[in-house]
Design a protein. Sequence first.
Length: 118
Amino acid sequence: MQGLFLCLEILSSTTGIQYKIGDGDICIYGRKEEGMYKVTVQGEGEPIPEEKREWLFERFYRVDSARSRNTGGTGLGLSIVKKIIERHMGEVGMYSEGNTHSFWFTIPLASRKLDSSN
């Protein structure tokens, strides 16, 4: 469970706040989807070229290496999220519409059988 909180922290604070532009909010959504729970962190940021999006969850990848001088970081945050979520049998991804970016992860919902003897 601690790993899932770390994922949410990375997506909302590091990735969301550090690269945020404008005065808009960073929104966090959660909902059930076909046996999974999906968490999405959404906010405005610099445009991310479509051809670079597939690399965002790779270790040490940075869309613009010049940003590291201004914002710090090593390009590990999203790759850590990916590893943790995959260990929980989930998936990660992102989509963009203009300057609005949504980073998401899914994890399977636990199927629990209730013990009728309680």
